[in-house]
Design a protein around this ligand. Structure first.
Ligand code: MRU
Length: 359
């Protein structure tokens, strides 16, 4: 008989982001070194945590939020004062600093706001007790993510049949979350239940999350994965190899417009052309009801060098050629067949269905 799923057991398996045993550091797998090397980093200072997020050593919306939550718990644990006012001031300085590391994934501010609320809610306690409460809260944030990923995987699995062809863009697997992942979660869960899928992973220019991380995770999980360049998505759809597109998300606006890795909206437009359902999978922590539409989502612009030379042996274009490098794009809600969350699958009109998820 299949083993019963247990969240505490799953928590023990999570290695991409965790707290060190003595609670003095956040330990992350350095995603920039994958798939060649599995190296772990211990982040102890605010600068180290900020840098790890900015440079994508830890990436993926939920994983960024979890890293920031553990990070601020670690930093708060080192604040040397017994005075609540002073503690809150130093805590908020760290929060503002960490929040500014990347702008698009709302999980970062969502997690840090939860941590701040923990400080405020416990203001009557001694500072030492508030520090304990912060460690508990950061653990809860990760534990909830494990459960959300599992629930998203269950709901997502209802959308596909054994043998289905799936196209995915960027990386929304265990490395980007805690547990099964979001867009890749149904594939891992289905695999556990004896189902097989044929997955096409876009390489995801310019930083190659699809090639380095998604293809690697799926291959390691025994899933049939084929890597394609981003500009090949249309061909595999036209060939009739794709039954559904599954993508993750960095921020979903109240009207369903979704920010995800650059190139996602192109996949959605192609999917519409070929009559293929296009699903966004993500936890409710990625839904920002304060953002009315995609126009209100801040899009991160990254260094031009990532396009010109990052993964090439030699620079691929003259150094003076200007490059435009938005890290994310917005997929219009009209192109989205459903938004798969831990509470179920929201369908259009999203203004109503997303609101209901929070009731
Ligand atoms: O710039 P990245 O690599 O952090 O972008 C990540 C993505 O776009 C993911 O697809 C998204 O965060 C979903 S994570 C489950």
């Amino acid at each position: 008989m299949a083993e019963m799923w247990n969240v505490e057991k799953e928590m023990k398996k999570v290695t991409n982001v965790r707290l060190s045993g003595d609670r003095s550091a956040v330990i992350i797998i350095d995603q920039t070194k994958l798939p060649g090397r599995e190296e772990y980093l211990e982040l102890r200072t605010a600068e180290e945590i900020y840098d790890a997020i900015l440079r994508l050593k830890v990436r993926g919306a939920p994983a960024i939020g979890i890293c920031a939550a553990y990070g601020i718990a670690v930093l708060a644990g080192k604040i040397q004062t017994e005075d609540y006012g002073e503690f809150l001031m130093q805590f908020r300085n760290y929060k503002t600093y960490l929040e500014s590391s990347r702008p698009t994934a709302v999980n970062l501010s969502w997690a840090l706001n939860r941590m701040e609320q923990t400080v405020i809610k416990n203001s009557a306690l001694k500072v030492e007790k508030i520090k304990e409460a912060l460690f508990d809260e950061s653990y809860s944030i990760q534990r909830e993510d494990v459960m959300m990923c599992r629930a998203i995987s269950e709901h997502g699995l209802t959308l596909i049949k054994d043998g289905a062809g799936i196209l995915t863009h960027c990386n929304a697997g265990p490395l980007a979350t805690s547990g099964y992942g979001t867009a890749l979660g149904p594939l891992f869960l289905g695999k556990e239940r004896g189902m097989n899928f044929r997955v096409f992973a876009d390489e995801t220019r310019p930083l190659l999350q699809g090639a380095r991380l998604t293809a690697y995770e799926l291959y390691k999980g025994g899933i049939d994965v084929t890597l394609i360049c981003d500009n090949m998505a249309g061909v595999v759809m036209k060939n009739g190899w794709i039954d559904a597109c599954f993508v993750g998300c960095d921020r979903i606006a109240a009207n369903g417009d979704t920010a995800n890795k650059i190139g996602t909206s192109t996949v959605a437009v192609l999917a519409k052309h070929y009559g293929i359902p296009f699903y966004v999978l993500g936890p409710t922590s990625t839904i920002d009801m304060n953002c009315p539409s995609g126009r209100d989502i801040p899009i991160e612009l990254r260094p031009e060098e990532e396009i010109r030379s990052k993964f090439y042996k030699e620079q691929m274009t003259p150094a003076e050629i200007p490059c435009y490098n938005p890290a994310f794009d917005i997929t219009d809600h009209e192109l989205i067949s459903g938004i798969v969350t831990e509470h179920g699958i929201a369908k259009a009109p999203y203004e109503e269905s997303l609101k209901k998820l929070f009731l």
